[in-house]
Design a protein around this ligand. Sequence first.
Ligand SMILES: [Zn+2]
Length: 325
Amino acid sequence: MDAPLNLLEQHEILTRLRCPSCKKGKLDIQAEQAECRCLYSECGRTFSVYKNIPILINPDNSLFDAQEIIRQHKSIQHKRLALKQMLRKLLPDLVLNTITQQKIALFQQEILKTKTEATVLIIGGGVEGKGIASLLRNRNIRCIESDIYIGPRTNLICDAHDLPFDDASIDAVLIQAVLEHVLDPQRCVAEIHRVLTPDGVVYAETPFMQQVHMGAFDYTRFTHLGHRRLFRYFTEIDSGPTCGPGMALAWSFKYFLASLTSNRKLSKLLGVLASYLIFWVVYFDYFLIRHPGSYDAASSFFFLGRKATYPLEDGELIQLYRGLT
Ligand SMILES: [Zn+2]
C-alpha cells in the first residue's frame, strides 16, 4: 500500500484550500513555522500544521480542537495500541462486508467517466476503510485522506461540517461510516455538495441497525430511504445494503449480553464471549444481502450518486421503497 500523499507537496491541491472559519480566504501555508494563515484581511485566522498535516478546523463550530488533537497524538502509547490491535485480531470478526469492494470499483469508474485524473476527498480516512484498497492504489486518482484525528493515513485534519475547500473544487467524496458520528449530517452533506465539481460523485456508507460505537461520538442512524433523502441533491447511480441482517443480529446479541451487567470490564468480557458464540450468524449475509428483507434489517447502507441541481422530491422518494413491510 502506498503511503498517503504529503499535501504540502501537492501545490495544485493547496490552491483549492479555503479557510474553514470565514469561508472566504485562501490559505498561506508556512510549513517551517508549522502554521497556515487565512489571507482574507478581515479574518487572518491561523491554523496549526503538525507533522506536515494541516489542521483546518473552524474552532467556532467544531467539537474538536487542534491543540487537543496534537496532544492526544503525542500521548498515544503506540506499543500498547499495537498490542490491543493484535488481541482484537484474535477475536471473531462481527463485521462482514461483501459489497463495498465492488461498489468502490464502480465509484472509480464513475469518477473517471469524464476525466483522466481526479482528486478524491476521503472523509474519515485516518485508517484505511474496508474495501477501498483499489481506490488508494489507483494511479489516476489522488486521495486527500482527512479525519479529525491523526491516524496512520491522515494527511489533512478537518471537520465535515466546514470542509476547507473552494466550491466545486473536488471531483469525488468518499464518506464511509462517518455520518452517524457527526452532529449535523444534513450540514455535512450540504458541504460535500458544495465542494464537489458539477459532475462530482459521492460514495457514502452509513449504519442502520447498529448499536452505539465510539461512545459519546455517535448520534444518528438512517434507513435506506432516510439515507436516500439525506442525499436528495444527488442523482442516484446505485444504493443498497452493505452489511446485512446477519451482522445486525450478531451485534444485537453481543450488546444484549454486554448489557447484562453494569460493570464495564465484565461487560467487555461478556461482549467477547458473545462474539465467540454468535460470529457464524454473519455468514448468512452472503445470501441475505440480496434479499428484499435486507432493506428493512440491514446493518448499513451505501449510496453512490452524482451531484445534481434539483432535489429528489419526497413523492418520488416513497416510490423507491424496496423492502417487505
Ligand atoms: Zn478566514
